[in-house]
Design a protein around this ligand. Structure first.
Ligand code: SF4
Ligand code: SF4
Length: 130
């Protein structure tokens, strides 16, 4: 009797999140929650990066990912994903550790979508809207 085909391997987290960026991608406008403390941390730029949907604030989303994510050509030729507000990023981003179960879930759900970005522009994408 033939056995079941082996399950596809789970995508592994890279050694550097800049080679991944998967957890910064979503089409949902309420993907990245911005709490009151997050809003304060964003300071004078809070209105630029975040907006209110009803009574709650969230990071703005651009081109299918968080507006604060820059996608540029890395030294090896592949895309390089860079959080432009790393020091001020929301708590939900701080809480997502690389190689954690949540990270693995993000990779399993969305890694294929990011692979399509292998043709990312050679210059940094402008997501600042300035
Ligand atoms: S935390 Fe995980 S999903 Fe997010 S960028 Fe890093 S490796 Fe990718
Ligand atoms: S704030 Fe930075 S780490 Fe958080 S989703 Fe946006 S780009 Fe990613």
């Amino acid at each position: 009797m033939p056995s079941d085909p082996p399950a596809a391997p789970e995508p592994a987290a890279p050694a550097d999140c800049r080679a991944c960026g998967v957890c910064c991608f979503s089409a949902a406008p309420d993907y990245v929650r911005v709490t009151g403390a997050d809003w304060d941390r964003l300071g004078a730029e809070a209105d630029h990066w975040a907006h209110f949907l009803g009574h709650r604030a969230f990071m703005r989303m651009t081109d299918g990912h968080c507006a604060a994510l820059a996608v540029r050509r890395g030294a090896g030729g592949g895309p390089d994903f860079f959080c432009t507000i790393y020091a001020q990023r929301p708590q939900v981003c701080r809480d997502l550790d690389r190689s954690s179960p949540q990270c693995a879930g993000e990779l399993a759900a969305k890694a294929g979508r990011i692979a399509a970005l292998s043709g990312a522009p050679a210059t940094p994408a402008t997501h600042t809207g300035r």
